[in-house]
Design a protein around this ligand. Structure first.
Ligand code: NAD
Ligand code: 6OD
Length: 482
């Protein structure tokens, strides 16, 4: 049985407590690895290694040399791409094709992007009468990264790469549900960077490794992706140390389709924005609003596309387009939302149940059919709360003003999608939507130089391009009297 250890100060080590937990493949229910369960002792050791490494060669390394090492990390991920893809799929239930085409390439691209971009960001100079001001950037220090299970490699490297590119050292606590690609990332980085620069402590969040990292007095900043409620807990824990925080949290994203939209394009992309990675994508457009003249056609079109194109099956089979949910616990949570929608009188246009007719080896897996519902009122639980599964609801609207009001009637503000051929509508909606990331006539089209993050309860701060540099560094002004 594979053993997953921590990486602390350049060594792969077990926990002082000797405690371990199972890593389960959610598609088969089988234990695929035993994971060392870290706690305060491991976090303390990792933070002190990271602090020492800041004072070592990493802290004084010329920028070009640091960036060259990060490019080697990108190449190291690419060199083991298939191993990463298999691990991500087995751990998360993600279809192997998605792991191969999205998760792993982005895992590598995150390093190439930040190894390039920061070289070209200038600081400010302000000339005064008789004095000159200029500013310098310095690393923030020791960065704690706490990452989720839904796109483990993509989302952890999205933070590891800019943190290291800015000259920091890192202690990462990956999700207990998906420890595998964090181990592989640790193996790749450990062959390239000095010991202590990048550390991984495996384990749980609350009252465990995650909490110990959040409250650690010698950690300078915490960057977290996960649930909004967890973000609040981390914020409280980090308050004593006045740590700098960057939060990418939950969403309940609107996908708004106007009657003048290119319907075929809107339907094809909506299929993806509804069910990619079983709907376990923070940016999924789970609240679909369709202008009344095309409402029936859109609903029928989406259901037809689900039936024609979605194949729920073994995540390791390249022909599966939807895999398994991440865990039995999460599966039960998603099913409870489906039941609450049923109790609230929703109409199920397709899905709404456990996927059937799967091969015997998936009997213990947690698979849900892609589910499209209509007739859900704005205050129903399934319409208000983040489900984070393969469930979307479709609601009609009449006017632009109504669409905007419906879309913004949520405590979340992560992403939004607008489908229209009218430039005026596109601009007015984009300006009025309370969301940090807005796509017009597309979805999840990413340029890593752009600001990424959420408004309202969906996050604090922005990462991406220069915004990552802002978070991961300290800017200081020098004023010289001439
Ligand atoms: P989660 O909040 O349950 O867990 C995320 C991480 O936090 C895990 O590593 C977990 O161990 C740790 N954690 C849990 N409790 C903790 C505590 N008290 N102290 C410190 N650490 C703790 O989230 P999840 O279920 O892994 O991920 C799904 C959520 O993430 C969804 O809400 C989704 O919308 C959100 N998400 C947001 C984005 C974004 O960019 N905004 C991206 C992906 C996922
Ligand atoms: O593309 C990204 O940078 C990003 N953070 C995506 C988040 C996906 C959420 O599931």
């Amino acid at each position: 049985m594979k053993e997953i250890k921590h990486l602390i100060n350049g060594e792969f080590v077990g926990s002082a407590s000797g405690k371990m937990f199972d890593d389960i493949n959610p598609a088969t229910g089988q234990v695929i690895a035993r994971v060392h369960e870290g706690g305060k002792a491991e976090i303390d050791a990792a933070v002190s290694a990271a602090r020492a490494a800041l004072k070592g060669p990493w802290g004084t390394m010329p920028l070009d040399q640091r960036m060259a090492l990060l490019r080697q990390v990108a190449e190291g991920i690419q060199a083991r791409a298939e191993e990463f893809a298999q691990a991500e799929s087995a751990d998360n239930g993600m279809p192997i094709t998605l792991a191969r085409t999205a998760a792993v390439p982005r895992g590598s691209a995150n390093f190439t992007q930040f190894a390039e971009h920061f070289k070209y960001v200038a600081t400010e100079t302000w000339e005064m009468d008789g004095a000159l001001n200029y500013s310098l950037r310095r690393p923030l220090g020791v960065i704690g990264i706490i990452s989720p299970w839904n796109f483990p490699l993509l989302l952890s490297t999205w933070k590891i790469a800019p943190a290291l590119a800015s000259g920091n050292t890192v202690v990462m606590k990956p999700s207990e549900e998906t420890p595998m690609t964090a181990l592989l990332t640790a193996e790749v980085i450990n062959e390239i960077l000095p010991p202590g620069v990048f550390n991984v402590v495996q384990g749980y969040g609350a009252d465990s490794a995650g909490a110990a990292l959040s409250e650690h007095p010698d950690v300078d900043g915490i960057t977290f992706t996960g649930e909004t409620t967890t973000g609040k807990t981390i914020m409280r824990a980090a308050a004593d140390g006045l740590k700098k925080l960057s939060f990418e949290l939950g969403g309940k994203n609107p996908n708004i389709v106007f009657a003048d939209a290119d319907l075929e394009e809107a339907l094809t992309t909506t299929l993806r924005s509804s069910f990619a990675n079983q709907g376990e994508v923070c940016l999924c457009g789970s609240r679909i609003y369709v202008q009344r003249p095309i409402f029936d056609e859109f609903v029928a079109g989406l259901v037809a596309k689900v039936k024609a194109n979605v194949k729920v099956g073994d995540p390791s089979d390249p022909s599966s387009t939807m895999g398994s949910l991440v865990s039995r616990e999460h599966f039960q949570r998603v099913m409870s939302f489906i039941e609450s929608a049923r109790a609230d009188g929703a109409t199920f246009k397709c899905g709404g149940k456990v996927a059937e007719d799967l091969p015997d080896h998936l009997a213990e897996g947690v698979f849900i059919e892609p589910t499209v519902i209509t007739g859900l009122g704005p205050d129903c639980k399934a319409q208000r709360q983040e489900i984070f599964g393969p469930v979307v609801s479709i609601t009609p609207f009449d006017t632009e003003e109504e669409a905007l009001a419906l879309a913004n009637d949520t405590r979340y503000g992560l992403g939004a999608t607008v489908w229209t051929q009218n430039l005026g509508t596109a601009h007015r909606m984009s300006a009025g939507l309370e969301a940090g990331i807005i796509w017009v006539n597309t979805w999840f089209l990413r340029d890593l130089r752009t600001p990424f993050g959420g408004m309202k309860n969906s996050g604090i701060g922005r990462e991406g391009g220069v915004h990552s540099l802002e978070f991961y560094s300290e800017l200081k002004n020098i004023c010289i009297k001439l």
